[in-house]
Ligand binder design. Structure first.
Ligand SMILES: Cc1cc2nc3c(=O)[nH]c(=O)nc-3n(C[C@H](O)[C@H](O)[C@H](O)COP(=O)(O)OP(=O)(O)OC[C@H]3O[C@@H](n4cnc5c(N)ncnc54)[C@H](O)[C@@H]3O)c2cc1C
Length: 117
C-alpha cells in the first residue's frame, strides 16, 4: 500500500519534461508517474490518500496512524521526499516546472547557455 498525503507521484509530477530518467526517452512527470503507478498496481499495490501522523515501530507489527485511521504492517518504507522552499514571487506557481526549477541537476540542461561568445 502506498500512502500519499498530497499528490500521488510526488515532486516529479510538477515538471513537464523528463529527458534523463533511465529507459525513458521523453515523458512528462504526470505521464511517468502514471506508468509507475499502473506497473505497481499490476503487482498488487494499492494507493490510498492519507497523511501519516505517527509511527509506532517498537513491536514486530508496526502501527501507522494516519488521517484515515490506523494501519498495521510487518514492514514499511519511509519515502517522505522533500519540499522546495518557495520564494512567493509573481509567476512562481504558474511557471513551476516550465522555467521555474528547484533542482539544478534535473532542470539545468534546459537552461544551459549554448554559445555565449
Ligand atoms: C521541477 C522539478 C523537476 C525535476 N525533474 C527531474 C528530472 O527530469 N529527472 C529526475 O530524475 N528527477 C527530477 N526531479 C527530481 C525528482 O522529482 C525527485 O528526485 C523525486 O521526486 C524524489 O522522489 P521521492 O519519492 O523520493 O520524493 P517526493 O517526490 O518528494 O515524494 C514524497 C512524497 O511523500 C509525501 N509525504 C511526505 N510526508 C508524508 C506523510 N506524512 N504522509 C503521507 N505522505 C507524505 C509527499 O506528499 C510526497 O508526495 C525534479 C524535481 C522537480 C521539483
Amino acid at each position: 500500500m502506498v500512502l500519499e498525503k498530497e499528490k500521488f507521484g510526488g515532486q516529479i509530477t510538477i515538471t513537464s519534461d523528463i529527458v534523463n530518467y533511465p529507459g525513458v526517452l521523453e515523458d512528462s512527470g504526470e505521464g511517468l508517474t502514471q506508468k509507475m503507478r499502473q506497473q505497481a498496481e499490476r503487482f498488487g499495490a494499492t494507493f490510498q490518500k492519507a497523511e501519516v501522523k505517527k509511527l509506532k515501530l517498537d513491536q514486530p507489527i508496526k502501527k501507522i496512524e494516519t488521517s484515515q485511521g490506523t494501519l498495521e504492517s510487518i514492514g514499511l518504507v519511509l519515502a517522505t521526499g522533500a519540499h522546495p522552499r518557495k520564494l512567493g514571487f509573481p509567476g512562481e506557481k504558474e511557471y513551476q516546472g516550465r522555467g521555474i526549477a528547484y533542482c539544478a541537476t534535473c532542470d539545468g540542461e534546459f537552461l544551459k547557455v549554448v554559445n555565449c561568445l
